[in-house]
Design a protein around this ligand. Structure first.
Ligand code: HPA
Ligand code: ZN
Length: 326
């Protein structure tokens, strides 16, 4: 398919990627061995076979279990390096990656080691392959706002190495409004903010993210399709959505890829982008996501070019580099 070939060759940015979600089973077992810990699965095949999710929570349970093997600066470096090899192979020229400090500091891993290992790999890939990057610290929404505020305090010595703030984990029952104060504080610090909204949660969560958290982008946002007024607003204000198609199918947001709303959003002139979310768990990296959408939705070359351009335009790159990539 020439459209798939085009998608693979175009320069792109990835804007929705959880570094903990890039932990492939092979690396999980290697790190478990490194630390002399036993994973609750006998081998790589058994772990991969467990990637059969019924919803977001069933995935998160495994995702947090897997993160338990990430303990040292070297672990976070190895994890991030492996992701960046895929990014380079997929012609990604820029990546904006989430990390979840609470998942690690709760287990006694130093904030410095988490961020240091991730950044060491990012700086190396920038030197070697010219992949620019931003790092987004994400709060876990199933925990309290007080916990997020404490995490922000812990992050204060490292804020010069943190480019933005996100909100992830279990969406239902944890609306954006729960984090109004901590996000206000982040904005006052000059940090751009984003939030997962409308993945499993209703369109109202997307509106809260926009109006209360004042996000620059919506992560996922696919349930906006249920509200015509919100669709119009997203288009008028050109609010970027970081859509993750393979994730949506794997977590049963859609029964299959032919039911995905991506093409409807493009038709409504909403600024959608294609991202991999947690590629080790959801069956593919950015190009795999493009190919799955092209196959199921019959995307045109113009649509694919638009999606790739959107990813650069919706990034937080400075104008000079943005223009160079467009
Ligand atoms: N949604 C919410 N939380 C997450 C996700 C996601 O897709 N991936 C990792 N944490
Ligand atoms: Zn996500």
């Amino acid at each position: 398919n020439p459209v798939a070939t085009l998608a693979c060759l175009l320069p792109k940015a990835e804007l929705h990627l959880h570094i903990e979600g890039t932990l492939e089973p092979e690396l999980a077992f290697r790190l478990a061995q490194r630390h002399g810990v036993t994973l609750p699965w006998p081998d790589v095949e058994a772990l991969r076979a467990a990637y059969n999710f019924s919803d977001l929570q069933s995935f998160l349970d495994l995702y947090y279990a897997g993160a338990n093997v990430l303990r040292t600066e070297a672990d976070f470096y190895d994890l991030t390096r492996a992701y960046l090899e895929h990014a380079h192979a997929d012609n990604l020229r820029h990546v904006e990656i989430f990390f979840d400090p609470q998942t690690h500091t709760e287990r006694g891993v130093a904030f410095e080691d988490v961020l240091g290992g991730i950044r060491r790999a990012l700086l190396e890939a920038e030197r070697e392959w010219g992949i620019s990057f931003r790092v987004i610290m994400s709060f876990l929404r199933h925990l309290s706002e007080a916990d997020a505020l404490a995490t922000l305090d812990e992050a204060r010595p490292y804020l010069h190495r943190i480019d933005g703030i996100g909100l992830d984990s279990s969406e239902m029952g944890h609306p954006p409004s729960k984090f109004a104060r901590v996000f206000a504080e982040c904005r006052e610090l000059g940090l751009p903010v984003v939030a997962h909204a409308g993945e499993e949660g209703p369109p109202e969560y997307i509106e809260e993210a926009l109006d209360i958290l004042r996000v620059k982008r919506i992560d996922h946002g696919v349930r906006a399709l249920e509200s015509d007024a919100l669709m119009t607003r997203l288009a008028n204000e050109q609010i970027p959505l970081t859509v993750c198609p393979l994730s949506n199918v794997k977590l049963k947001v859609y029964d299959d890829m032919t039911a995905h709303g991506l093409r409807k959003m493009l038709a409504r002139d909403i600024k959608v982008t294609i991202n991999s979310d947690d590629p080790a768990y959801f069956g593919g990296y950015v190009n795999d996501n493009f190919i799955a959408c092209i196959d199921a939705l019959d995307l045109t070359a113009d649509e694919v070019i638009k999606l790739a351009r959107n990813s650069i335009e919706a990034s937080w790159l400075d104008n000079a580099r943005r223009d160079a990539l467009l």
